[in-house]
Write a protein that binds this ligand. Structure first.
Ligand code: ZN
Length: 307
């Protein structure tokens, strides 16, 4: 663990939520949550709100702003980690254009700010503090409203040429499948993320899970197909990256009986490798706090190795 005396603020900015936490290691000292953004808010207004929450959590934690090492931000979309520019924040109406979140917050707070995409910070939080043991080839996959992945090899986060090496959700599972928002067809996300589950069963994804748990045939059938799609997606990525640990996070990872356990079994059934037995598939340790813990970890000693 990093120097336990250090404190950073983690900010998790979603399309519909904001979470801000004063964090030491993986311990959240103070926490603030904001309701959904109003769609007519501009970037300046949003950053004013973020800055206000940062000051509040520092205050509630009984600390002074000059005791804070920095502010880490996780945000969906394409993020240039070096410059702090958020190039495309999907679902965030205030950030349809390029917004330099790093500069905007540094001006408001007078503290160093680091920005990364939400999956990268959640992966970093799990990698550093999740208690998953030593892993040299760590694959993190988030299953929820969307599906995305992050790969940390020998302590280095694989970013890709355009900060886009996380798009497992847009690997193709069925070329004749339904059209995806990305322009392709039959993407894993389009077939197996939360909205796909809801669409296939005509009810909310939580209701589908509950119905499947109760043995309702249509829901069981939908979940069976979803788990199969997910297993294909996982095995494809596992074959490409050869991880030693796979950690599954995101909202759907909370559903152990209907999603995670059957998915593990299906992966074991499909995946053919002499080393298949050695692969560990685990659930994420942090739930909703993953974003703030991981974002704050950008200021930990260990994160220096991840950039
Ligand atoms: Zn797609």
């Amino acid at each position: 663990m990093a120097d336990s005396g250090r404190m950073a603020v983690g900010v998790d900015i979603g399309g519909t939520h904001l979470r801000v936490g004063a964090v030491r290691g993986y311990e959240v000292l103070a926490y603030e949550k904001e309701r959904a953004w109003s769609s007519d808010m501009g970037p300046d207004e949003v950053m004013d709100i973020v800055a206000e929450h940062v000051r509040t959590v520092v205050d509630v934690a009984g600390l002074d702003m000059n005791e804070v090492e920095g502010v880490g931000v996780g945000i969906p979309g394409r993020v240039d980690h070096e410059s702090g520019e958020v190039i495309q924040a999907v679902n965030a109406s205030w950030a349809r254009e390029t917004v330099n979140v790093k500069r905007m917050l540094e001006l408001r707070l007078g503290l160093p700010v680091m920005v990364d995409h939400d999956v990268a910070v959640a992966a970093a939080g799990e990698y550093i503090y999740g208690g998953h043991g030593k892993s040299d080839y760590f694959l993190y996959v988030t299953l929820g409203t969307g599906i995305a992945s992050c790969y940390i090899a020998n302590g280095k986060l694989l970013r890709g040429a355009h900060n886009s090496a996380s798009e497992m959700g847009h690997t193709c599972i069925d070329p004749d499948g339904p059209r995806c928002v990305c322009g392709m067809a039959g993407c894993l996300e389009r077939l197996a993320a939360g909205p796909a589950i809801a669409r296939a069963a005509g009810m909310r994804s939580e209701e589908v899970v509950e119905a499947a748990r109760n043995g309702e045939p249509r829901a069981v059938d939908v979940m069976d197909r979803v788990v199969n799609y997910l297993a294909l997606g996982f095995v494809n990525v596992i074959n490409v990256l050869d991880p030693d640990v796979v950690v599954i996070g995101g909202g759907l990872s909370q559903v152990e009986d209907v999603i995670v356990d059957p998915l593990r079994m299906r992966i074991r059934k499909i995946y053919r490798s002499p080393f298949a037995e050695e692969l560990e598939i685990k659930r994420a340790t942090f739930g909703d706090d993953a974003g703030i813990i991981g974002a704050a970890a950008q200021f930990g000693q260990e994160y220096a190795d991840l950039s």
